[in-house]
Design a protein around this ligand. Structure first.
Ligand SMILES: Cc1cc2nc3c(=O)[nH]c(=O)nc-3n(C[C@H](O)[C@H](O)[C@H](O)COP(=O)(O)OP(=O)(O)OC[C@H]3O[C@@H](n4cnc5c(N)ncnc54)[C@H](O)[C@@H]3O)c2cc1C
Length: 488
């Protein structure tokens, strides 16, 4: 791991002096766009290697910065890939001297392609991918670009758990910033993964490197926990709490006629007070396997921690719902049991295209509003489900992530064929419009914030939104860092 060294004024002055002495190389040919904002190639006072728009390597590099093939066509002026903190500081310095706005990339998994902006500097943090697990303290320190799949073997070796999201190739950088909804999160953190953050090291616009936690720079710590794809600094690393490992999982899935939809939503609503936080329930819209039309699928998953009674406990948790009468009117029923749960990730092929969005709501009718539209879906793989969290995530003073409701409806549209782009976009827009009247908010990490910029503010309480703006102004008064897509 890197040692926490502090960039103090003396060091900053030194860098400035070095720059003034002409310690400069800018590899790549300067494009006219960048030249307009630069002094001239000969007097650029920082040592930075970057790829510019006019360079032959630019387009391949730009598209490799995002993992989703249908990410928007937005074009940064320069893409830099520093490998050390000193190089990172030089990039920051270069951006300031040339009045370039900055966005950082950890793994480019954000579904809105938030790392691609028009103009400015894209800082690819890919080289910052080291991590260190401390089994005695049950903590890990991960550099921003460390991906889930990197840490899994080490977590397994030490019998530790963490609420990781669906895909193994996601880095912690953006995941924690946006909240982080992962497996068993309700039990581990009673909310998003960012609640497990202990501290972070951040490079600020001023060039100062700071440690942030509940005591030190607590306003930045608050912002990291949920501000999403518009952080006003550079995340170097996080230190995060780890948990007991997963043990058993029992999953019961039942299908019902469509008419049962609202009754089943209310069934789980009534039991929210008593719901165990080891149980996750989902209600999905699905094509009927036998005849035309739709059915609903209700899935109850109970995940227990490792131990001698893990499987039995998980069975009991699921049985509770059956005893309460959930199975009445079921068309079919299926159950799977695993005594030893492993980390499992969703792997998608290169060229994968997707839209992903969601609403939080308390209205049991919300999913019903989408039924007719769901029947008319394009030729894409679409999942549409309503999740009941164990309870509404508790509001926390020390995080800007704002819990917004007891139901979380999220939808994913996946396809591979480029010719379906327009149909997928059209379907997505209509879905958004149909769900909007029911929303109490959105989950920031999985909203299409470039297409629906109003979703961003709706992720926060009014107080948190205003507080975030104040903190941003304090640490980034000149808007050196890009804010949310399609916001100024
Ligand atoms: C198919 C699919 C499945 C998904 N599943 C889940 C899931 O299960 N759970 C979940 O919570 N989310 C999920 N997401 C959402 C996704 O994981 C998040 O958007 C996450 O933010 C991506 O993290 P990243 O590190 O790749 O961010 P990036 O795409 O690299 O960056 C996104 C933004 O975060 C900021 N940022 C990133 N790194 C830094 C840094 N080092 N310093 C400062 N700012 C930085 C920048 O503003 C950047 O624009 C899913 C998305 C898709 C497409």
């Amino acid at each position: 791991m890197i040692e926490p060294t502090y960039i103090n004024p003396t060091r900053r002055d030194l860098l400035k002096k070095m720059a003034a002495l002409g310690a400069i190389t800018l590899t790549g040919t300067l494009s006219s766009t960048v030249l307009q904002s630069c002094h001239s190639a000969a007097t650029i006072p920082s040592k930075v290697s970057g790829v510019l728009k006019a360079d032959a390597a630019y387009e391949d590099l730009r598209t490799s910065m995002v993992q989703i093939a249908n990410s928007a066509k937005r074009y940064p002026d320069i893409i830099v890939s520093p490998t050390t903190e000193v190089e990172l500081l030089e990039c920051l310095q270069f951006a300031k001297e040339n009045d370039l706005q900055i966005v950082c990339r950890s793994s480019g998994h954000n579904n809105a392609g938030a790392v691609l902006r028009n103009g400015g500097m894209l800082i690819n943090m890919g080289a910052f991918n080291k991590f260190d697990v401390d089994p005695s303290k049950k903590t890990m320190t991960v550099q921003a670009s460390t991906r889930f799949e990197q840490i899994v073997p080490v977590l397994k070796e030490h019998d530790l758990g963490f609420p990781l999201g669906d895909c193994g190739n996601v880095a912690f950088g953006g995941y924690i910033l946006g909240g982080g909804l992962g497996t068993n999160g309700n039990h581990y953190t009673q909310g998003p993964a960012c609640y497990a953050l202990i501290s972070a090291e951040v490079l600020l616009e001023s060039g100062e490197k700071v440690v942030v936690d509940k005591e030190r720079n607590s306003d930045i710590f608050w912002a990291i926990r949920g501000c999403g794809p518009a952080f006003f600094g550079i995340i170097l690393n996080y230190t995060i709490q780890l948990f007991e490992p997963l043990g058993a999982m029992v999953t019961k899935s039942l299908t019902f006629p469509l008419e049962e939809l609202e009754a089943k939503v209310r069934f789980f609503d009534r039991r929210m007070e008593t719901k165990d936080d080891r149980v996750e329930t989902r209600i999905r819209l699905k094509d009927s396997p036998n005849k035309g039309g739709l059915v609903i699928e209700v899935v109850i998953s109970a995940i227990t921690l490792k131990g001698p009674t893990a499987l039995r406990d998980a069975e009991k948790l699921v049985q509770y719902y059956m005893d309460e009468g959930l199975g009445q009117a079921a068309l079919s029923e299926n159950e799977t049991k695993t005594a030893d749960v492993d980390f499992e990730f969703f792997h998608y092929p290169p060229g994968f295209r997707t839209f992903t969005d969601n609403i939080y709501t308390d209205d049991p009718k919300a999913l019903s509003a989408i039924v007719a539209h769901f029947e008319n879906k394009p030729d894409c793989n679409i999942s549409m489900s309503l999740n009941h969290f164990a309870q509404v995530h508790p509001f926390r003073e020390d995080a800007c992530y704002t819990p917004k409701g007891k139901h979380f409806i999220n939808y994913h549209v996946h396809w591979m064929d480029e010719t379906l782009d327009e149909a997928a976009a059209h379907w997505m827009k209509k879905t958004e419009a149909l769900l909007k009247p029911y929303r109490s908010g959105h989950y920031l990490n999985q909203t299409e914030c470039d297409k629906f910029p109003d979703h961003v503010q709706a992720c926060f309480s009014k107080e948190n939104w205003m507080k975030l703006a104040r903190i941003r102004k304090k640490y980034d008064p000149d808007n050196r860092f890009f804010t949310y897509l399609n916001h100024v």
